[in-house]
Every structure is written in structure tokens, then in C-alpha cells.
Design a protein around this ligand. Structure first.
Ligand SMILES: [Zn+2]
Ligand SMILES: [Zn+2]
Length: 352
């Protein structure tokens, strides 16, 4: 019953069917629940409401489209601000900071889904089996690269079906159940059987706090999330910050939870011990001061610039008697072929 007559808010059967957004819920999760409230297949539901608009062949949470915003505003009475907060755009803005144009979404530290038509090739959507089984919604926090453990239940998040390793694709699953779209195993039930408590990674809470505006404390001050993300990415690009072996040459946003956990532990260690941790960076000889200044690094990296600008250490003068000492040593020890070695050394010295 999608006709206009049945869609008024005063209708005893309002369009939203009593399904309202939950705190922290992803936009795509709400769209799925809304379609489910109409007992409709999500593809057909939205292709009927929004003809010609591709909803499921894009990362709708990172790139919400005006047609969806308009639909939810008109039919469910949800304000544009609430829809924006359900997307990943505010998180994107908090991480990328003001230096990155909003139109150019880089997706720093937000997991990639590896979109391929309506499929996903990467496990960018992570899941807490306990949260999902209790509330039945997918949370925005689960898309963040530095979140690898549920902050409520302290259990590791999983990003792929534990049976066949396929990425979790909610819109490909049967409505109301959590069966893997490929092998049809109930992945939540399977994970609940083996779930075990684990303390949250050290860096995770500090970065989640930074997302809500509390800067990451260092030894001498604090770094905002945007400055930290920008600085770490610059250091990594310059070859100064060394991520775990398997992440080298790859985007951290495309990695599994374990590697991301290791990576962000290193990031947190770098930040929390700054500036002492600068000693772990390979600064000398990596880039020129001009390259450093052109990149307009965040203020916390200024001491790296100071190190680059410092005059190189004076070379140890070569001793003039080194050749004579070496010849004397050669004459006394007389190793095999010492005469030839002596001749070669003298010829070389004469040629200089
Ligand atoms: Zn949980
Ligand atoms: Zn599976």
C-alpha cells in the first residue's frame, strides 16, 4: 500500500509503521528496517518509491543521496539533520577536518566496502553479535577502522561470515534473519557460540573519545582527531611511520579487524608518547624541508620539521694515517695474498 492516500502522518498506518531511527544506527540499517516494516524486499521497495535511483549499489552511508533524504523527510517526517547524523558524513568531517574539501570524501579511517554492483567485496561492515541479536540494528560505530571491539560488550567485532568468509551484506540477507547471503549460515548465532570477552584495544577508546571532541592526550599536550589522522597519514606517506608488515602498501581502511587493531595500537602509542616517540620515526634523509613545508603538516608535527632543518652532523674526519696503519697491520699479520692487496691499495691511493 504505497499509494499517496495511505501515506499521511494522520493515517492509522503511517508510512514509517512505527519504525523510528535508533541512536547510533546507520542510515542503510534504517532503510532496511523501513522496507521490512512494509514486508517488502528492499530492492523492489526503493525502486518503486525512487524509480531510477540506485540505492544498494553504492555506499549509501558514506554518500547519502538527496532523493533518500527527501523521501524520509516527506514520508517519515525525519529531519534532514537527523538523516545526516545517521550517515557517516559527520564522522567523515570530524576525521578529515577543515583542510579537506567536503565534496572530496576520502573516507579516512572509515572502512571500505569494496562495492561491486550490489555486492561488497570487503568486510567493511563489522558486527557485534550480541548487539545485533539484541537490537537488530547496524551501528555507525561498526564502520570505523579504529573500532574493532564492541565498547559495550567488550567482544571482538567480526567483519565476515565465520563459515564462508563472505562480507556481511545486510540487504542481501533474508528479512529479519542474519543468514549469510552466500552460505545461509546464521552468522550471528554461530559467533555467539564462540564469543569471548576481550578488553577493548588500548587505542580504540582514545580515538572514539577524540571523535566526540576530546583530543588524544600526549606527553606535553593533546592532538585533535583530524590533526592526528592527517599527521599519521603524512608520516606514513613519507615512510616515517612504519605500520605492521601486512598493512604496508595497502589502505588500512581495507584491512581486517586484527590488522587494524595492531595498526591503531601503534597510532595510539605514537600519539600518547609524543614527542618522545619521535625517536622511533626515521626522519633523517626521508624528505626535504621543502616537501615538509609544502604539505602544511598539523602543529604537532612541527618538531619533525625542526629535526629536518637541523644541520647534519659533521662527518668524522678521515685519519691521514689510516692507510699507513692498515699497511703496517697487513705486513705484521701477513694474511693470504697480502702482497697483492698491498699493491692494489697503493695503486688506488696513487690514483687519487
Ligand atoms: Zn555489543
Ligand atoms: Zn557464509
Amino acid at each position: 500500500m504505497l499509494g499517496k492516500q495511505s501515506l499521511k502522518q494522520s493515517d492509522p498506518f503511517p508510512f514509517h509503521r512505527g519504525i523510528r531511527p535508533v541512536e547510533g544506527e546507520l542510515l542503510s540499517s534504517y532503510l532496511l528496517r523501513l522496507a521490512g516494516g512494509h514486508c517488502a524486499d528492499p530492492y523492489r521497495f526503493y525502486s518503486h518509491l525512487l524509480p531510477g535511483v540506485q540505492v544498494w549499489s553504492r555506499d549509501i552511508d558514506r554518500h547519502p543521496i538527496p532523493a533518500i533524504t527527501q523521501l524520509l523527510h516527506d514520508r517519515c517526517g525525519i529531519s534532514a539533520d537527523v538523516i545526516d547524523s545517521m550517515s557517516l558524513q559527520p564522522i567523515q568531517r570530524a576525521i578529515d577536518g577543515p583542510l579537506v574539501p567536503t565534496a572530496k570524501c576520502w573516507g579516512t579511517w572509515i572502512n571500505r566496502l569494496g562495492m561491486f554492483h550490489r555486492l561488497r567485496t570487503l568486510g567493511g561492515l563489522q558486527v557485534c553479535p550480541i548487539c545485533l541479536s539484541e537490537a537488530g540494528v547496524y551501528l555507525r560505530l561498526w564502520r570505523l577502522s579504529f573500532v574493532t571491539s564492541c565498547p559495550i560488550h567488550l567482544v571482538p567485532l567480526y567483519a565476515c561470515c565465520p563459515d564462508c568468509q563472505a562480507p556481511i551484506i545486510p540487504h542481501r540477507q533474508l528479512r529479519g534473519v542474519n543468514r549469510c547471503h552466500r552460505c545461509h549460515v546464521d552468522h550471528v548465532a554461530l559467533c555467539l557460540r564462540h564469543v569471548g570477552g576481550r578488553p577493548a584495544p588500548t587505542g580504540q577508546q582514545a580515538l572514539v573519545d577524540a571523535l566526540s571532541g576530546i583530543p588524544v592526550p600526549t606527553l606535553t599536550g593533546a592532538i585533535s582527531l583530524a590533526d592526528l589522522a592527517r599527521g599519521v597519514n603524512l608520516l606514513r606517506g613519507w615512510g616515517m611511520f612504519r605500520p605492521p608488515e601486512q598493512v604496508r602498501g595497502h589502505l588500512v581502511e581495507s584491512q581486517g579487524p586484527l590488522l587494524r587493531w595492531l595498526y591503531f595500537d601503534l597510532v595510539h602509542e605514537l600519539a600518547s608518547q609524543w614527542p618522545e616517540s619521535m625517536a622511533q620515526l626515521r626522519v633523517v634523509g626521508r624528505i626535504s624541508t621543502a616537501t615538509f613545508e609544502r604539505a602544511r603538516p598539523p602543529p604537532w608535527l612541527e618538531c619533525v620539521g625542526d629535526q629536518l632543518r637541523a644541520p647534519p652532523l659533521a662527518r668524522k674526519p678521515v685519519s691521514r694515517t689510516s692507510l699507513a696503519q692498515w699497511l703496517k697491520q697487513l705486513r705484521l699479520s701477513k694474511p693470504a695474498g697480502w702482497r697483492e692487496k698491498r699493491a692494489m691499495a697503493l695503486l688506488k691511493a696513487a690514483g687519487k
